[in-house]
Design a protein around this ligand. Structure first.
Ligand code: CTP
Length: 214
């Protein structure tokens, strides 16, 4: 299959030295890309600013902001059969970005923000027969919000995790997730390495595509 994966945070610049972002390091998305490529799939990885090496056989597109990521996803969507939106997209960006460093003297301490586009919502009407997988990072039981996002974003599979736990979520090599499907199933996985979680997700997508083609 042709798989499009997004990973990492996005960065929304205030000026050349300051930005808004989040704690994502890209490990989960890179593990998905690595696993899919190792299973023989053609993988395009749209990566926010992260300090990770490109997995073997993966075609990588680097982006900075949420709007860059949207453009890269839109450009690569027509060729893909499955999209895994693992990136932690910044929901907001500064209303103004300065091309020179802002000086604190005379600066208002209030930062005005504009909402970034929701990538999944923007491309939803171009889903066609594709499989769409999303992630939900929550603090506390991720299932209620996970179910809501699964429905609201028109996903086939949602991978929900509680990022307030020290061994799951951001910056660690392990994850504890619940897989929520559009068919109403719920599968709680034990603590696994991110590569093992990636294997479960890629296997689920392979099966979903195979049953769709049949
Ligand atoms: N997502 C997206 N575009 C955004 C924000 C999120 O496509 N601007 C995708 C993420 O990649 C993820 C899913 O939507 O697959 C859920 O992201 P999450 O940040 O958990 O949810 P939000 O919709 O941003 O809602 P909230 O921040 O209120 O929890």
């Amino acid at each position: 299959m042709q798989m499009l994966v997004t990973a990492g945070p996005t960065r929304e610049h205030i000026d050349p030295v300051r930005f808004l972002s989040n704690r994502s390091t890209g490990k989960m998305g890179f593990a998905i890309a690595q696993c899919a490529a190792a299973r023989g799939h053609a993988v395009t990885l749209v990566a926010g600013p992260v300090a990770l090496a490109t997995p073997p056989g993966v075609q990588r597109v680097d982006v900075i902001s949420a709007r860059d990521m949207l453009a890269a996803v839109e450009a690569n969507l027509p060729a893909c059969e499955a999209l895994v939106m693992c990136a932690a997209v910044s929901d907001w960006r500064p209303r103004q970005t300065s091309t020179s460093k802002l000086k604190k003297r005379g600066l208002s301490p209030i930062l005005e923000l504009d909402a970034n586009p929701d990538i999944l919502a923007t491309i939803h009407d171009r889903k066609s027969g594709r499989i769409f997988v999303g992630f939900a990072a929550e603090t506390g039981d991720p299932r209620p919000e996970g179910r809501r996002k699964l429905a609201d974003k028109g996903l086939d599979l949602l991978v929900a995790n509680d990022v307030s736990q020290p061994d799951a979520g951001f910056a660690v090599d392990t994850n504890r997730v619940v897989l929520l499907t559009c068919g109403g199933e719920e599968q709680k996985l034990p603590l696994l390495s991110k590569l093992e979680v990636a294997e479960r997700i890629v296997a689920w997508v392979e099966q979903a595509l195979a049953s769709r083609i049949r």
